[in-house]
Every structure is written in structure tokens, then in C-alpha cells.
Write a protein that binds this ligand. Structure first.
Ligand SMILES: [Zn+2]
Length: 472
């Protein structure tokens, strides 16, 4: 196998060889926890979950780090508006992010450091940059410290920009800056800001600049040189450009590969609260099962734009249903006694697609082709071929983080056996209710419905009979 990934820094697909044999170090930028997660955050985390799973499938041990930016201008402003502590607001939204990731079965990173827990590491990096002549304390006494972009000839190389064409860094009062593009490593304390959001430093009380956080944390957990730095495409500039500049200016090799995931649009347009064309993970999970949402968010190539349309989740649900229908039919045929034992495998064509810059659309085409072939085998009573297809479908779904045997994806969040037992009991109640209705015994029929409703079970009546589901 030869893994190939697109490296955003060189704009080329090139062979991926880990710095250390058998191990991969991966850092990807997490959220600034100032509000509910939006769909772009979740797509990004899912893209790096898929990458991690594939690297692990290829036998590599992955150490992954996703940071939590828990101090930031927006967090301070919103906390002030809400009349709550900034750290309480940050923690509340950090939990909202965790909930969204957990619902979609997104792997936890090896480490998930918070910016506020790494102030000494940030001070050390700032001191190093000042000593090497790449940073300076603002002469205006504000307590700010800036990175000197003109001192670093490679500034702009990640995004292939000429320094003179770049926008100014709007992160601090420009009066203390040598160049408006210089960005803040340290932000001096300002009157009116909460004292709890300020730390003592050799340059005065204050708090860290956003870009610096990632550089300091990456070095602590992965070292001065590591394999892959990831994040959403919107972070390339200025965030990643600045991370790379300050780390390399400090003498670090930094990232060997840069991988950026594409954005999510709404019917071709950028999602925007003012236009009203937004959908967040919580709303998606109200519209569809977690497995369907995961399938939808993970089906495009990670570098492509993922476009959401109101029919998107129905299409994803239909695709998932085709896979599950084959799975259940194959298990019922091949393991009628219920003793289920299958060695999951991954077809070569699927593996080749994944090795090629994680080409998930091509990999999913192999998955659906295997489902079609499996259905044909079942129809032709070819149990041997049907078993091969079942093994492949289970293997591919598992490596994509959608293991069909994982209780996490069960509709009613219980195990298969619990669901089966519940189904028998509820169906007995539905039969009794159907008989009461046939006898026009409305009191008895309503009593059964009320009992089921009190247990959180909803009944849907149709011409072909009644079905039940757990109320969400
Ligand atoms: Zn970052």
C-alpha cells in the first residue's frame, strides 16, 4: 500500500510517509467554544475521524490532538452580554460540541487540550520568538506582543501569498504594530475585561492570541515536528499561516503535511443566519437518525464542498436503508439460528480508493456495488457469494465509522436483543388494541395507547396495520 494525501502547503498529492515508522502524529484545530456547534465544525471533526480510522486500518498508531479554544474575544463579549462567567459559557458550549461529536460516533482525539491550560508553554514560545528577533512587545505600553511578519521571509508561503497583498491583522490596536499585518501573540489586559481572563506575563498581564495557542499545544503533545496538521479550509489564512510562521520562526520543523477539509453550503450558498439558510447538527439529528446524519456528512470527498439541500437527509436515509436491508436479509438467510459470526473484510478496490487521498465517494461506490451484488446472490440462492458480500459490507461500514453491529447506531439506542424483546411485547399490546378496536371497545383501546405513550412509545396506524417507534 502507498498512502497518498493532498498537501495544501505544496498543492500536490504526494506519498504519505510518517516521520516515525508505524506512528502518525495528527493535530487538527478544534472549535472556539463561543456558541452551539455548526455543521462545518462537525464535518471537519468527521473528516479527521475518517482519516484517523483509515490510518489505523493501515496499521498505523495515531496520536491525535484537537484543541479547545476556551478564551477568545467572542467568548468574553458573549459572556458579558449573558451576564455569566466567560469560563462557564466556554464550558457549556464545549459540552455541546462533545454531545454533537458523540451522537455521530466521532472518535475522541488522544488529547484534547484547552488553551487556558497552556499559558506557560505560550510564554516560553513568545520568549523564544523575541530572542530570535521575530517578535516584539508593543512600544505603546499596551502589554501586547506581536509577531514581526517582515522578519520572516517565508511568511505567506503556506497560502502562497505575497506579504504586500495580505490583509491587515485586525486582532489588536494597530498603533503599536510595525506592520499592520503583524499579529498578536499576547494581548495586554484592557480596562473592563474580567480579571479572571488575564494572566501575569513578563510583558504585562494579558491573554494569549489565538494562533499562538495551537503552536504551543502542538509542540507540547506532538513535538516540534509532526506528520499532519489539519483543519477547515477557512482556517488556512490567517490562522494556519500564522501558526506555521511563528513555529518555524522559533526553529521548529512543524507540520509535514497540511490537510484542509471543504466547507458546507446550503443549496450552493454560504450558510448565514441573516439569510436564514442554516441548519445545525442538533436540527439534523431531529430530522434523521445519527447514522444517517453521519453518512450524509461523511459521503463527499473531504476536500469538496458538501452542499446541503432539504432532500439531502432523505437521500442519505435511502442509501443507509439499502445497506441495512441487505445486511438484515443476509444475516437472516445465512445465520437463521441467530449465531452470528462473520470476519469483516475490506475489498481491494475500496482500500485503493481510501489510499488515494481518502477518496470516499469512490469507496462508497464499491460499498454500494457490493450491496447490489449481495442482493443478487441472495436472490440466486448463492450463499457463498452472499457471505462474501456481507463480510465486505460489514468491513467497509466499520472502517468508515458506521459499524452495523455497533449498538450506538441502533434505532432505539438499545442492543439488538433488547429491541427484539421490546418488539415482541409492544406487538402483543398492538394486537390487543387491534382486537379492542374491532370489538368497538374504545375504552380498552385508548387505555393501551395511553400505557404505551407513558412508556414513550408512539403508534402509527395505517391501512396495513400499526407500527411503533420510540418518541425522540
Ligand atoms: Zn489552530
Amino acid at each position: 500500500m502507498t498512502l497518498h494525501f493532498y498537501d495544501s502547503a505544496t498543492a500536490k498529492v504526494r506519498p504519505f510517509v510518517p516521520l516515525e515508522e508505524g506512528r502518525v502524529s495528527l493535530y487538527y484545530c478544534g472549535a472556539t467554544v463561543q456558541g452551539e456547534p455548526h455543521i462545518g465544525h462537525v464535518r471537519s471533526a468527521l473528516a479527521f475521524d475518517q482519516l484517523t480510522r483509515w490510518l489505523q486500518y493501515r496499521g498505523l498508531e495515531v496520536t491525535s490532538v484537537r484543541n479547545v479554544t476556551d478564551i477568545d474575544d467572542k467568548i468574553l463579549v458573549k459572556a458579558l452580554e449573558n451576564g455569566e462567567q466567560w469560563w462557564a459559557l466556554a464550558y457549556r458550549f464545549e459540552q455541546a460540541f462533545e454531545d454533537a461529536y458523540d451522537a455521530l460516533g466521532i472518535l475522541k482525539p488522544t488529547y484534547e487540550p484547552r488553551a487556558t491550560g497552556h499559558i506557560p508553554e505560550m510564554h516560553a514560545l513568545i520568549a523564544q520568538l523575541i530572542e530570535r528577533g521575530h517578535a516584539y512587545p508593543a512600544p505603546d505600553g499596551s502589554g501586547d506582543v506581536y509577531f514581526d511578519v517582515r522578519s520572516w521571509a517565508k511568511y505567506g508561503s503556506l497560502t502562497r501569498q505575497n506579504i504586500d497583498d495580505m490583509q491587515a491583522a485586525p486582532d489588536a490596536d494597530p498603533r503599536g504594530k510595525k506592520d499592520p499585518r503583524d499579529f498578536a501573540l499576547w494581548k495586554g489586559y484592557k480596562e473592563g475585561e474580567p480579571l479572571t481572563a488575564s494572566w501575569a506575563s513578563p510583558w504585562g498581564d494579558g491573554r494569549p492570541g489565538w494562533h499562538l495557542e495551537c503552536s504551543a499545544m502542538v509542540t507540547k503533545y506532538l513535538g516540534t515536528e509532526f506528520d499532519i496538521h489539519g483543519g477547515g479550509l477557512d482556517l488556512r489564512f490567517p490562522h494556519h499561516e500564522n501558526e506555521m510562521a511563528q513555529s518555524q520562526a522559533a526553529g521548529h520543523g512543524f507540520a509535514n503535511f497540511w490537510m484542509h477539509n471543504g466547507m458546507v453550503t446550503y443549496e450552493g450558498e454560504k450558510m448565514s443566519k441573516s439569510i436564514g439558510n442554516t441548519i445545525n447538527p442538533r436540527e439534523m439529528l431531529e430530522l434523521a437518525r445519527p447514522l444517517v446524519v453521519r453518512y450524509y456528512l461523511g459521503q463527499a470527498h473531504y476536500r469538496s464542498v458538501l452542499d446541503y439541500r432539504p432532500t439531502s437527509l432523505q437521500e442519505a436515509a435511502a442509501a443507509v436503508e439499502r445497506i441495512e436491508t441487505f445486511f438484515h436479509a443476509a444475516v437472516a438467510r445465512l445465520f437463521p439460528g441467530g449465531d452470528f459470526g462473520v470476519v469483516a473484510t475490506v475489498p481491494e478496490t475500496f482500500a485503493a480508493a481510501m489510499d488515494d487521498d481518502l477518496n470516499i465517494p469512490a469507496a462508497l461506490a464499491v460499498l454500494h456495488e457490493t450491496v447490489r451484488a449481495g442482493n443478487t446472490s441472495l436472490a440466486q440462492n448463492d450463499d457463498g457469494e452472499a457471505l462474501l458480500a456481507l463480510q465486505g459490507v460489514l468491513g467497509m461500514m466499520s472502517v468508515l465509522g458506521m459499524d452495523l453491529l455497533d449498538p450506538h447506531w441502533q434505532d432505539n439506542a438499545g442492543s439488538g436483543r433488547e429491541n427484539a424483546a421490546l418488539d415482541v411485547l409492544v406487538k402483543a399490546q398492538l394486537d390487543a388494541r387491534a382486537k379492542a378496536r374491532a370489538d368497538k371497545d374504545w375504552a380498552a383501546s385508548d387505555a393501551i395507547r395511553d400505557t404505551l405513550a407513558a412508556a414513550g412509545i408512539e403508534i402509527a396506524d395505517s391501512a396495513s396495520g400499526s407500527t411503533w417507534s420510540l418518541r425522540r
